[in-house]
Design a protein around this ligand. Sequence first.
Ligand code: SF4
Length: 409
Amino acid sequence: MSETLGLYISVPFCRAKCTYCNFASGVFPASEHELYVMRVCGEIRRAWERAESAGWRLPERVGSVYLGGGTPSTLEPERLREIFVAIGESFVIERNAEVTVECAPGQIAADFLKAMVEVRATRVSLGVQSMVDTEAAATGRMHTRAIVEDDVRRLRDAGLAVNVDLIAGLPGQTLASWMESVEAVCGLGVEHASLYMLEVDEDSRLGRELIGGGARYGAGLVATDDTVAAMYESGCERLERAGVRQYEISNFARPGAEARHNLRYWRREPYLGVGLDAHSMLRGWNDGGDGGVVRFGNTDDLADYLNGEMEAEVERVDRAAELEEAWFLGLRLVEGVSLAALHAEFGGQAVAAFDDVVAELVDDGLLTRAGERVALMTRGRMLSNEVFGRFLGVASKDSSAAELSLSTQ
Ligand code: SF4
């Protein structure tokens, strides 16, 4: 079967800014939605011209569409239709394409739900984060557990599969209250769940408070790393018992309900990101004929994007870096990395350069090697950044991988 494209559309608008949010999203007047969607549609319509002039291979058939952000459900239904008209004019959306729309609980108007069904959405991702009302309210979320339950019912009645996002480590959360959220999600019978651990960085108000101090956003009430690790582990076990199986570090699904769009990122299949701060990964067709990887991202400045200045720098990923990516993206999946597939793609010598790192991580109890597959152990999943860091720089230091890199330039 020929390769398909994943389309990511960023919609950076939200009703309120959550304290833990580190995305390029915000509260902007509805008057800006129209111009924004016009720019997005223009970007979709110009995708072919841009790819041709840059020498990138752009699959014509779209296998998955993901509207994220932000909160795409804040758009007027007409704007959603316009986006899909633009996609339909420029690409062929496969009949069985997965089409996901991120929505905020309590913010899915009846006419928006109708529009989602019209554009053939297949699943909705709900940013729930906590099913405990006080925890949700403390982070700026505007819903209650009852609202989430009602929305899940409405979405499933409309024929849409549902993903629920939860965050472990929110202010005031305890292991017991976390499990109350996980239990409630199991009770919803959803097809998919994502469990994230709170990210601490300068890009969110809560993150800045955790780093720099203060009491406004509840940084002092955030659980310790050990408690967050226990939350993650208990949550994984509970979902597994409910038949929602882990397939990636943060993602769980009933069999067959895995997020196909997200799988692209870890399997290094091509995707095109459109809109504010959207990122893309395509292969070039004029780089020595075998298609080197290019990554590029749009600006994260809304004013620039609305002015039509959308392009950011293009990064050409050489073969050595591509091999390292193949390791740490593949290891995110529970199925792990296939050594046979790596050998076929990069050659045995280049892959052998990683033998020592893999052996060390197996000894440390972070990786497991069974036959030709290498995968993270449960402890490795919790320390995944440390594991992935050990794969960085290995291929570029190795001379056979360096030759591999030169031969494709
Ligand atoms: S977490 Fe989601 S809903 Fe909250 S501000 Fe960020 S993008 Fe918007």
